[in-house]
Structure formats: structure tokens, C-alpha cells
Design a protein around this ligand. Structure first.
Ligand code: NAD
Ligand code: UDP
Length: 340
């Protein structure tokens, strides 16, 4: 599908074809944590799925189990570069962007390009194809929030020159581009602001709090709390998020967002560490390390809009989701090459 005559990138799997009763769907960042679950669900719902990923934080292993169907194909490509495809897509999901702070700060200029140039490339494609296009935006739009819980009407409190800005401001600019393409060109957009999401297939060295704590606890290694641990986050299980993303994509065209998607179950980081230690029956100690610059102090989504417009709310309680995540990392630590 990607015009391979112009592209040196790799591709795996059969070239997808459009079946008469199957939607032709593009998932950018589909070999990452959330993207791989989304590809899986879309295939189960009968879509023909093209997954594009530059493998920065994702891996072909995350989607290896999807290769058996000829409705799935994987193309290695960086969305910073324009995309040319020979077919047309009905739906495009843009999840391409590193999401973990250490990953997005490793090459901040490329992170910014991914959000900004990537959004332009994605939107140009959606415009050409007359496709509906979903943007995985983030609770980082709210920065260190001035209101609690965070409501879509909040404009945010972001430091534009700090180390998180490449991600926060990149995602804010992407939202601007989505709404401008919608107003100027009539592109059918969907913008969701995703709050901290966790689950199987997070990379073991991802650096985010859930994977760090679970992996350390399973190995009885010290759990690293940054700062005092009084800061809060609200954790959503990946299956719930995927349901919300797909529901938003299939909502009427006037549902452009932004809509918060997250689980309002809020924890201090310290309480979350204790939960993980209890659920893993771990002997881990807790060590306190410096708080990263601009680390938001609190975060909990107001999901009133998602509930009212999409009829969506999370169904997996944090304890149940963390237990599933523990089981996943336990199996990865036992058989590192295992693909789930
Ligand atoms: P992830 O890092 O596991 O997945 C991102 C995927 O995008 C990876 O496969 C990566 O290789 C790919 N990618 C990165 N830059 C790319 C580029 N320039 N071109 C092509 N592919 C590229 O992260 P995730 O947790 O799965 O997040 C998916 C999306 O959801 C991201 O856009 C993220 O910003 C957003 N989001 C996630 C969360 C969360 O808690 N998981 C919260 C808010 C927003
Ligand atoms: N955090 C922590 N220890 C870790 C990883 C993260 O205390 O090993 C903290 C981090 O400082 C932040 C919270 O956990 O306050 C969530 O961090 P994460 O990187 O998962 O996501 P984000 O900060 O983007 O919400």
C-alpha cells in the first residue's frame, strides 16, 4: 500500500486489499503498546488494517500474532516524512509518538517533528482520502493542571521551554492543526485526550511508572519513587481505552472532541507503589529519587463528556488491571522472547 517504489522502508505481511464489507483502516504507531491492542481489536471487528510504525518505541513483536491474517500488514515508516499509499483509507488512527517521558525526551526535536510534521502528513492524507482521522492527544495538554479534575474546557498550564515541552507543546500544536484542518478543509477529525494508560505490551524498559514499579516488584528490586510520591495519577486499563478510541472514531461526524479518555481512579504515586508491592507479594524496598522537572502534581480526568457523548466509562478496576499487567510482565521476565 505504501508506495514502496519511493520508500526504502521494510514491510511485512500481505499487501492489504479492501474487502467490500471491510473498512480499510490505517493505524499509525500501531506496533506500540496501545496501537498493537487497537490493531488487534480492529481486526477482530473485521477491518483491514495497515500498521505504520518507525519502531522507535514499538516493535514488530507486538503485532507478530496479527501477521496470520491477510487483512493485516506492517510497514516501517516515519510519519515525519509524507506518506503515499496506493489505496484509500476510510479511517486513520494517529497514535505515532513516543509516550514515555524518557523516550520522548531522548530526541526532543524529533518528538516535536513527530507531533507537528506528522500531524500535517496525517491530515493531508485524511483530506485526500476523505477519511475520518483520530488523534491520540494527551492529558499533558493540561500541563501542571490548574483545576482538578481536568475538564476539556481547561486550556492548560504548560511550561513551553521545559524538558516535557517537546511532547506537551507538540501535542497541543497537533490539536491546533487538527481543528484548523477541520475548520478550513472540512476534515472529519476526532481528538481524544488520553490519561495514563497501562497494561500488557508496555515495553519492559519503557520508563513509565506502571511498568517500572511492576518490573521492579517482580524482581524484588527497589521501587523508585520520584519526589515524595504525593503527586497523583489516574490509571486506565488498555482494553477500556481501546473501546473509547473506537467508539469515538465511530461517533457521528460532529463529535470532534476534545474528549477525555481515562479512568478517574486516582492514586498518589506512593499509594500506587504500595498497591503493586501488595499485589506482587514483593520484598522490594522503596527508594526516593529526585522529582523530574515540571512533573505534574495531580491528574484525574473528568469523563463526563465521554460518558454523555460516547456512553463510555472504564470497566476494569485498577486492581484487576494491575493484576493482568503483573501476569504479563511475569511471563516476559520468565521467557523474555515471549510474544503476547
Ligand atoms: P508507545 O511509545 O508504546 O507507542 C508509540 C508508537 O509510535 C511506537 O510504536 C513508536 O515506535 C511509534 N512512533 C513514534 N514516533 C513515530 C514516528 N515518527 N513515525 C512512526 N511511528 C512512530 O506509546 P503508547 O503508550 O502506545 O502511546 C500511543 C499514543 O497514545 C501516543 O501518541 C501517546 O502520545 C498517546 N498517549 C498515550 C498515553 C498512555 O498512557 N499510554 C497517554 C496519553 C497519550
Ligand atoms: N514515577 C515514579 N517512579 C518511576 C516512574 C515514574 O515515581 O519509576 C512518577 C513520575 O515522576 C510521575 C508519575 O510517576 O509523577 C507518572 O509517571 P509516568 O512517567 O508514568 O507518566 P507521566 O508523568 O507522563 O504521567
Amino acid at each position: 500500500m505504501l508506495d514502496r517504489t519511493k520508500s526504502p522502508e521494510k514491510s511485512w505481511g500481505a499487501a492489504p486489499r479492501t474487502y467490500s464489507n471491510s473498512r480499510n483502516t490505517l493505524v499509525l504507531g500501531g506496533a506500540g503498546f496501545v496501537g498493537s491492542h487497537l490493531c488487534e481489536r480492529l481486526l477482530a471487528e473485521g477491518h483491514t488494517v495497515t500498521c505504520v510504525d518507525n519502531m522507535l518505541t514499538g516493535s514488530p513483536a507486538n503485532v507478530a500474532h496479527l501477521m496470520q491474517t491477510n487483512r493485516f500488514s506492517l510497514v516501517q515508516h516515519d510519519i515525519v516524512k509524507p506518506m503515499k499509499f496506493t489505496g484509500r483509507f476510510d479511517q486513520i488512527y494517529n497514535l505515532a509518538c513516543p509516550a514515555s517521558p524518557p523516550a520522548y525526551q531522548a530526541d526532543p526535536i524529533h518528538t516535536m517533528k513527530t507531533s507537528v510534521l506528522g500531524a500535517i502528513n496525517v491530515l493531508d492524507l485524511a483530506r485526500e482520502d476523505k477519511a475520518s482521522v483520530f488523534q491520540a492527544s494527551t492529558s499533558e495538554i493540561y500541563g501542571d493542571p490548574l483545576h482538578h479534575p481536568q475538564n476539556e474546557k481547561d486550556w492548560g498550564n504548560v511550561n513551553p521551554i521545559g524538558p516535557r515541552a517537546c511532547y506537551d507543546e507538540g501535542k497541543r500544536c497537533a490539536e491546533t492543526l487538527f481543528f484548523d484542518y477541520h475548520r478550513v478543509h472540512g476534515v472529519k477529525i476526532r481528538v481524544a485526550r488520553i490519561f495514563n494508560t497501562y497494561g500488557p505490551r508496555m515495553a519492559i524498559n519503557d520508563g513509565r511508572v506502571v511498568s517500572n514499579f511492576v518490573v521492579a516488584a517482580l524482581q524484588n528490586k527497589p521501587i523508585t519513587i520520584y519526589g515524595t510520591g504525593a503527586q497523583t495519577r489516574s490509571f486506565c486499563y488498555v482494553d477500556d481505552l481501546v473501546t473509547g478510541i473506537i467508539r469515538m472514531m465511530n461517533a457521528p461526524d460532529n463529535v470532534v472532541g476534545p474528549i477525555n479518555l481515562g479512568n478517574p481512579e486516582e492514586f498518589t504515586v506512593r499509594d500506587f507503589a504500595e498497591l503493586v508491592i501488595r499485589l506482587t507479594n514483593s520484598k522490594s524496598s522503596i527508594v526516593y529519587l529526585p522529582l523530574p522537572t515540571d512533573d505534574p502534581r495531580q491528574r484525574r480526568p473528568d469523563i463526563g463528556r465521554a460518558a454523555e457523548i460516547l456512553g463510555w466509562r472504564p470497566t476494569v478496576a485498577v486492581e484487576a488491571g494491575v493484576l493482568r499487567t503483573i501476569a504479563y510482565f511475569d511471563s516476559v521476565l520468565r521467557i523474555p522472547e515471549a510474544v503476547h
